[in-house]
Design a protein around this ligand. Structure first.
Ligand code: ZN
Length: 424
C-alpha cells in the first residue's frame, strides 16, 4: 500500500510537529561557567547563569563553592582536580538548588579543568556545567509515554490509561500541576469526567457534563474552538465567570486546556493542566500538553473502536439468540399444530362412526344446534352433556360443540347419555 502524496505530506507535518514538541520539552540548555580559585574554591568570576542557577541570593563573588553547595560531592571532585591537575567530567550530577520552599533537584553535566599560573602551578579550577534537568525530565516523560502507548496497544481499560497518564505528568512535572481529562459525548456538545486523580471529587462532580461552547471555562471553550485555550488567571478571566467560586474552593488558579482530537478532526475530549497559582505556560508546557493530548487521543480512539466492536458482537449475539428462539417457537407451534391435526382427525373419525351408528335411530330432520338463527343442515349425530341433555346436530355444529363445550360428548343410543360420558 502506498501513501498518497497528500497523506505523506500530512504525516511529515505531524512528524515535524512531534519533533518540535520534543525539542521544546527538552528546552535550551544554558551553560554555567565559573572560575574558582584556591583550595577552598572561591568564585573569582562567573557568568550570570551560574548565580541564577546556584545562588538564591544576588550574585556575589568571593563566596566559596562549599557555601553554595554545602556537603556536595562536587566539592570532593574539585579538591581532586585542584590537587592532581587532572581534568574531570561528570554526567547528570544531581544538585539541590535553592532553599526552603524553592528547593529543587537539578541535574548537571560538569567539566572541571585546572587553572594554572604562568609557572604552571595550579591556582584553581574552571567549572563548566550544563543543566540536564529538562533533558532528564523529557527522557523520563518519553519513557512514561512509551509505557502508556504500550498499555493502549494491549487494550488496557481507558480509565486506567488516562489515570496513569494524569499521574505520570503530575509526578514528572517540576511545578505542581493537576491533570484532568474530559471525554466528549457522542454529539460533541458535552464533556464527561474522564480522569482527574488529584482534583477534589466535588470539583469533578460539578464539571461532569458541562456543555462545550465559547466562554464555558477553559475546557468547554477549547472543545468548542478545537484549539488550546490558556487561562493564566482564573481569578480574572471572563471564561471562568460561572466557575470561579468552584475553582477557588478547589484552590485552582490557572487552567490550560488542549482539545483531544481524533484523526478525522472530530472532538474526543480535552486535556487540562491546572495550577494552584496563576501561571503562563512555557513552550515546553505547551509541547507537553500537545504530546499527551496526542496520547489521550490514541487511547480514546482505541477505546471507541473496542466499544464499537463489542456493540457489534453484542448485536450479533442478540440476533443469534433471537433466531434460536424463533426456531424454537416455530418448532413448538408446528408440534402443536400436528397434535391438533391428529386430534381433529381422530374426532372426525369418531364423528363419522357415530353418524354411521346412529343413522337408523329416530332423529329430527334438521340440526338442532344452530342457535337462534337455526341451521338447515340435516341432523346426523346425537350429542349429550353430563346433565343428561341431548340434541341432534349437523357435522359442523357437533364438531364445534365437542371442541368448545367441555361437558359435551357424542351420545351413544345403547348406553344412554350419562353412561357414555362416565365410561369413556
Ligand atoms: Zn347445524
Amino acid at each position: 500500500m502506498t501513501a498518497t502524496p497528500g497523506a505523506r505530506a500530512a504525516r511529515d507535518r505531524i512528524g515535524d510537529t512531534a519533533e518540535q514538541d520534543l525539542r521544546a520539552l527538552i528546552g535550551e540548555s544554558v551553560a554555567v561557567i565559573a572560575a574558582l580559585t584556591g583550595p577552598e574554591h572561591r568564585v573569582e568570576s562567573a557568568n550570570p547563569a551560574f548565580f541564577a542557577a546556584l545562588g538564591d541570593e544576588p550574585a556575589r563573588l568571593g563566596v566559596t563553592l562549599a557555601e553554595l553547595l554545602p556537603e556536595h560531592s562536587v566539592i570532593g571532585v574539585l579538591d581532586q582536580v585542584y590537587r592532581t591537575g587532572e581534568p574531570h567530567t561528570a554526567r547528570d550530577v544531581p544538585v539541590q538548588l535553592g532553599t526552603g520552599a524553592h528547593v529543587r533537584e537539578a541535574f548537571f553535566d560538569f567539566t572541571f579543568e585546572p587553572r594554572r599560573a604562568d609557572g604552571d602551578a595550579i591556582t584553581g579550577v574552571r567549572m563548566i556545567g550544563v543543566e540536564t534537568t529538562q533533558v532528564k525530565h523529557a527522557q523520563r516523560l518519553m519513557a512514561e509515554q512509551r509505557v502508556l502507548v504500550e498499555q493502549i496497544a494491549r487494550q488496557a481499560p481507558l480509565a486506567e490509561v488516562l489515570d496513569g497518564m494524569a499521574r505520570c505528568i503530575e509526578n514528572l512535572t517540576p511545578q505542581q500541576v493537576l491533570v484532568s481529562v474530559l471525554l466528549a459525548d457522542l454529539d460533541g456538545l458535552h464533556l464527561r469526567h474522564g480522569a482527574a486523580p488529584s482534583l477534589p471529587d466535588f470539583y469533578n462532580a460539578a464539571i461532569d457534563g458541562i456543555a462545550t461552547g465559547e466562554g464555558i471555562g477553559s475546557c468547554g471553550t477549547a472543545a468548542h474552538r478545537r484549539e488550546p485555550v490558556i487561562v493564566t488567571d482564573i481569578g480574572t478571566d471572563p471564561f471562568w465567570d460561572d466557575f470561579r467560586d468552584l475553582a477557588q474552593r478547589a484552590e485552582l488558579a490557572a487552567c490550560w486546556s488542549t482539545p483531544i482530537l481524533a484523526r478525522d478532526g472530530s472532538l474526543l475530549g480535552t486535556f487540562a493542566m491546572y495550577h494552584p497559582t496563576p501561571r503562563v505556560p512555557q513552550d515546553s508546557d505547551l509541547a507537553l500538553a500537545r504530546i499527551f493530548a496526542g496520547t489521550a487521543s490514541l487511547a480514546i480512539e482505541r477505546h471507541h473502536i473496542e466499544q464499537a466492536k463489542a456493540a457489534a458482537e453484542a448485536r450479533a449475539e442478540a440476533a443469534r439468540t433471537e433466531l434460536a428462539e424463533a426456531l424454537r417457537a416455530e418448532h413448538k407451534l408446528r408440534a402443536e399444530a400436528e397434535q391438533r391435526a391428529e386430534a381433529a382427525a381422530e374426532l372426525a373419525t369418531r364423528m363419522r362412526s357415530a353418524a354411521a351408528a346412529q343413522a337408523d335411530a329416530p332423529h329430527p330432520e334438521r340440526c338442532q344446534l344452530g342457535g337462534p338463527e337455526g341451521c338447515t343442515a340435516p341432523a346426523e349425530i346425537k350429542i349429550a352433556d353430563s346433565w343428561g341433555d341431548a340434541a341432534w346436530g349437523c357435522a359442523n355444529h357437533v364438531e364445534e360443540a365437542l371442541l368448545n363445550v367441555r361437558s359435551v360428548f357424542i351420545a351413544s343410543e345403547e348406553l344412554g347419555g350419562l353412561a357414555a360420558y362416565v365410561n369413556r
